[in-house]
Design a protein. Structure first.
Length: 338
């Protein structure tokens, strides 16, 4: 069954404070909108439930200058407004030069048309790709139901092999693993002002109805990325069904600081395999303070998926993820001076 978009109000917010005030005014009846490549589809498909309401008012943040800026300071770091498009992020000179993992990740999201419309904030806050969540006939856990249909149904592509709970979806964002690997922070906003949290704490686990810590009267305003020290290597790798468009079956973001051939600090963050961007702590601990070599890379790749419990039809993601981690670490090894 095909639906038309439901009726809704539309308000242009003039600044970040007004956007917050409007969210508070309308309560759970409103959502912010920028590129809307995900939100309008959800509305059209009538994806709704007690904890997943179709908005009656959309608050446009695209006309707010602070929401669409990329600002870089050599001492303070990088600030990216949540309304920055994926194309702008991918083609920004400073991003390509200093934070190239973000450019690598952004260029692998969707199609050219989607990157021209989609935004940083939308990519981080998008909803699951699970077909049961997206279909109006299934009242799954995320929509207030009491079961996850994917556990015994279709789960080959966009579902977890790690950290499952009442929902087994895999988080769909490509930018989230890259930003977490860069130790980014999320700047959140409500009518009382701004505050920041480490980006990994922005995402919640599989037993929540939503995927982020945002309340109905709050929104993501911008992302802060700290300066990366000299000798830092950045790699983002992604595997998908169709190279031109699809979401990740598995992805890995790796940021490593190498000095004298020794890995002084490394971040390995996986996408497409858990209900949130998954930090491979065991693999990181195995590498930190050591020289990378083929043996250590192989061990770390295995450690990155330690504890995986794949569903009946997505066990291939275990070896796929290990291979991506190996390739990412090998890329860092090959660029490291002996």
């Amino acid at each position: 069954m095909l639906f038309e978009l439901p009726s809704f109000g539309h308000v242009d917010a003039r600044d970040v404070k007004e956007a917050a005030s409007l969210l508070q005014k309308y309560g759970g009846k409103a959502k912010v909108i920028a590129g809307a490549t995900d939100l309008l589809g959800l509305m059209k498909d009538r994806v709704e439930g007690p904890e997943c309401r179709i908005p009656e008012v959309l608050i446009n943040i695209k006309k707010i200058p602070d929401m669409t800026r990329i600002a870089y300071d050599e001492r303070a770091g990088l600030r990216i407004g949540a309304g920055v498009t994926l194309t702008r992020l991918a083609t920004s000179g400073v991003v390509q030069r200093e934070f190239k993992i973000l450019s690598q990740a952004a260029l692998q999201i969707g199609t050219t048309q989607l990157r021209n419309m989609g935004t940083l904030g939308g990519n981080l806050c998008q909803r699951p790709r699970c077909l049961y969540f997206r279909h109006h006939d299934f009242r799954c856990f995320k929509k207030g139901g009491n079961r996850c249909y994917a556990t015994t149904g279709e789960h080959r592509f966009y579902h977890s092999i790690m950290k499952q709970g009442r929902c087994v979806m895999a988080h769909p964002s490509d930018l989230a693993p890259a930003l977490i690997a860069l130790k980014a922070e999320a700047i959140l906003m409500n009518s009382n002002g701004k505050w920041k949290v480490p980006l990994q704490e922005f995402f919640v686990g599989p037993n929540h109805y939503g995927e982020t810590i945002l309340n109905p009267d709050e929104y993501l305003a911008e992302i802060y990325v700290p300066i990366q020290s000299a000798g830092t290597h950045q790699v983002f790798l992604k595997h998908r069904i169709r190279h031109s468009a699809d979401f990740a079956l598995s992805s890995v973001a790796t940021v490593a600081r190498i000095s004298g051939g020794v890995c002084e600090d490394i971040r390995i963050v996986l996408g497409g395999v858990a209900p949130f961007p998954y930090i491979a702590f065991m693999a990181e601990e195995m590498i930190n303070g050591k020289r990378l070599d083929e043996s250590l890379i192989s061990q770390a790749a295995g450690a990155s998926v330690e504890g995986a419990k794949p569903l009946p039809m997505n066990g291939y993601k275990v070896d796929l993820t290990k291979t991506l981690v190996k390739r990412a670490l090998a890329s860092i090894l090959n660029r490291t001076d002996p």
